[in-house]
Write a protein that binds this ligand. Structure first.
Ligand SMILES: NC(=O)c1ccc[n+]([C@@H]2O[C@H](COP(=O)([O-])OP(=O)(O)OC[C@H]3O[C@@H](n4cnc5c(N)ncnc54)[C@H](O)[C@@H]3O)[C@@H](O)[C@H]2O)c1
Ligand SMILES: N[C@H](CO)Cc1c[nH]c[nH+]1
Ligand SMILES: [Zn+2]
Length: 410
């Protein structure tokens, strides 16, 4: 497929929700808003097959989970946590004080974190969301997750982060619970974190009632290769995103048609023995690859789709990466596979999907801060800048504005 038809097929197939999906998720949201915990019980039974006495996780259960993981797992979580902390601390804004104007930053008071748990455990998503929030100074963090097994590594990661408020509930109903509050789950100011199609749709619908970080839905990767690509490594890189969800998207691009053919053949062979092969097969569509005839076409394709992950395993990687404007995160070369970013590189793996990278960015410490300007002018500065303000106030025919400015110059 060439680039133009690839882009139009992509746009046509894009998972923008149909009316029925909106209707279903709106119904879930409305039920949670009016019936609180009772609705959470209903949906947890319907979608997660769980009948729970309470959603709130006992603090002791978090500690038990921590005690139950191996020392190797504990060390891995702690090492990754330190790396994420280090990265997030280095990008925290500091106050800029120029004497007259400054911005002040405050951590958000009360946030909700969605940690996915439908088809896999996500302790890495605990670290990638909670650590930036802690670095920002958020004091009250409430975590929802459809993680029901006893002594699990997601709870262990929460314990390591010192999180005490955890609720076993997932999907759109968990987002609605955090947005409106229920008898058990408190209303928060902002919800962050990734999740499947239903979670992403609920965040979309509830934005405004509650703050959201971004649309971080089903995973995506675009991989650009040249003829020297390591075929098996590329197949695993594609599988690694496809295995998250039947709605994940993978794109394989090259100017060399023969390498695409080789990767596609190998992909079929390797799929036979791959765990989660049915999810992978559902996710990898027949038309997920394209042959580009120029790197300019590739770059415009990337900037159009703004994929969650772009992996460039091509001899011209540096030149291409310089020209990418919109993407969740960009991975340069063979030793920067996307999966290292999922766990240990440092930047959060919570990234915008479904083209929303054109206007939003990966989760970071600044998503947990609000800011406001403080303007304090002396008479001389006021007099220096007031005339253009008066001119525009007059032109806007907002007389009180004009008088408010003018009276101070008389
Ligand atoms: N973009 C990112 O930054 C990022 C990061 C990590 C993971 N992810 C994505 O997170 C997702 C994890 O998905 P998951 O499903 O394993 O876990 P999940 O926790 O996101 O979703 C599970 C919940 O979905 C709800 N659900 C399932 N089927 C439903 C239906 N038919 N109707 C209504 N609700 C339904 C259930 O309540 C269940 O608890 C994947 O899509 C993965 O790609 C994205
Ligand atoms: N690739 C996912 C984001 O799309 C993040 C993740 C968590 N664990 C493994 N992978
Ligand atoms: Zn992943």
């Amino acid at each position: 497929m060439n680039v133009a038809s690839f882009i139009s097929t992509f746009d046509a197939q894009r998972g923008s929700a149909g009316f029925d999906d909106y209707k279903d998720v709106m119904e879930i949201i409305e039920h949670v808003r009016s019936d609180g915990d009772r609705a959470l019980h209903d949906y947890t039974a319907q979608f997660d097959n769980q009948t729970l006495d309470t959603f709130k996780v006992d603090k002791a259960a978090l500690k038990d989970s921590y005690d139950a993981i191996s020392s190797e797992e504990r060390e891995a979580l702690e090492t990754i946590k330190r790396r994420i902390e280090h990265y997030q601390k280095s990008i925290k804004y500091t106050d800029m004080d120029h004497g007259e104007f400054r911005y002040v930053y405050h951590p958000l008071e009360k946030i909700g974190v969605y940690v996915p748990g439908g088809t896999a455990l996500y302790p890495s998503s605990v670290l990638m969301t909670v650590v930036p929030a802690l670095v920002a100074g958020v004091k009250e963090i409430h975590v929802v997750t459809p993680t029901f097994e006893e002594n699990n590594i997601t709870f262990a990661a929460l314990y390591i982060c010192g999180i005490e408020n955890v609720y076993k509930v997932g999907g759109a109903q968990a987002i609605a619970a955090l947005a409106y509050g229920t008898q058990t789950v408190p209303k928060v100011d902002k919800i962050v974190g990734p999740g499947n199609y239903y979670v992403a749709l609920a965040k979309r619908l509830l934005f405004g009632e509650v703050g959201i970080d971004m649309i971080a839905g089903p995973s995506e990767i675009l991989i650009y290769v040249d003829q020297d690509a390591h075929i098996d490594a590329i197949v695993y890189d594609l599988f690694a995103q496809a295995e998250h969800d039947a709605n994940a998207r993978t794109f394989l691009i090259s100017e060399d048609e023969s390498i695409i053919k080789k990767i596609e053949e190998r992909l079929e062979q390797m799929l036979a023995n791959q765990p989660r092969s049915s999810i992978i097969r559902a996710s990898i569509k027949d038309n997920h690859y394209a042959v580009v005839d120029s790197q300019e076409a590739l770059i415009s394709m990337i900037n159009h789709i703004a994929p969650e992950h772009v992996s460039i395993q091509h001899r011209d990687a540096d030149r291409i990466i310089r020209n990418i404007k919109y993407a969740g995160a960009v991975f340069n070369g063979y030793y920067s596979p996307e999966a290292i970013g999922d766990y240990a590189a440092g930047p959060s793996h919570v990234l915008p999907t479904d083209k929303t990278g054109r206007f939003s960015h990966g989760l970071n410490v600044n998503d947990f801060l609000t800011s406001h300007a403080v303007i304090s002018l002396e008479k001389t500065t006021y007099e220096d800048i007031v005339e253009p303000a008066k001119t525009i106030a007059r032109r806007e025919q907002l007389d009180a504005h004009y008088q408010s400015l003018n009276i101070r110059t008389e």
